[in-house]
Design a protein around this ligand. Sequence first.
Ligand SMILES: Nc1ncnc2c1ncn2[C@@H]1O[C@H](COP(=O)(O)OP(=O)(O)O)[C@@H](O)[C@H]1O
Ligand SMILES: [Mg+2]
Length: 259
Amino acid sequence: MAFRAGLITFIRYWLPEPADGIKLMMITYVKLPWLDVSQAFVCFRSSRRLPENGIRTADQVIIDHTPSTVAMTDNGLSVLKLIKARSWHEYVKTLWAHSRLFKEVQGNRLLTRLGVHVAAIHEVGIGLLPGSRYRYLGYYIMEDLASVGAQEVFEMFLSGGLTPEERIHWLDLILDDLRTMRDAGVVFSDCHLNNVFAHPLKQHVIWIDTGVTRYFCPRSRKFARKFNYSIRRLADYHDQHLMLTLEEKRRILALLLPE
Ligand SMILES: Nc1ncnc2c1ncn2[C@@H]1O[C@H](COP(=O)(O)OP(=O)(O)O)[C@@H](O)[C@H]1O
Ligand SMILES: [Mg+2]
């Protein structure tokens, strides 16, 4: 009984808000033959859009690098993000829901509650068996932002197709969200322009890669230090490939808290 109650609390707590009112637990297999991946996961589904047979495949890789593999699912409608285990410690963290997978899924929920737009998550899979063939801590499947007409802000800025005023407009939308996070004591860990999409039709921005840390005392010096670090990092992050103007940097740095 206690186990069942614990499990239900676990599911309620970790799953993203269900898109169509369901929360299903099942075993899924992610198969990516071109990367020699075949791994089982305990999965929590919150959408009926995904195949009932539990097989998850992808046919077009978006990026495969040290922290993750990101690919389009084979029906071309969603994006599959697999989080790599960088050490066995990360599997241990899974046991009390502290792994990078949980941080991103939990961050996605927290930002939604704050009114910040994020990519909707349809399913979360948790890898329970560490081993050489089981290289992923887990995965999640989310809506494909490109298919709704959104574009990575970094790519949009780099393309050179925006006027200076349009750049400032998109940057200000990003800064509005960062201000909301700041006021709620939240630091977005990997804050840069590859992790935020612009949705020109809806005129808002959408965040991905949502690892966040919440500090319960937003007025503390510790929070100010961590928040300021992420803001200074954002201002300089793209210097090698995409130089932000002095005015753009000035606006970003105006978010800094007194330390
Ligand atoms: N929901 C999504 N829709 C469209 N593209 C995405 C989506 N999620 C990720 N991507 C693409 O994949 C890249 C890597 O994803 P990300 O979650 O940032 O992985 P990482 O943690 O490895 O940086 C992004 O920069 C983006 O181009
Ligand atoms: Mg990223």
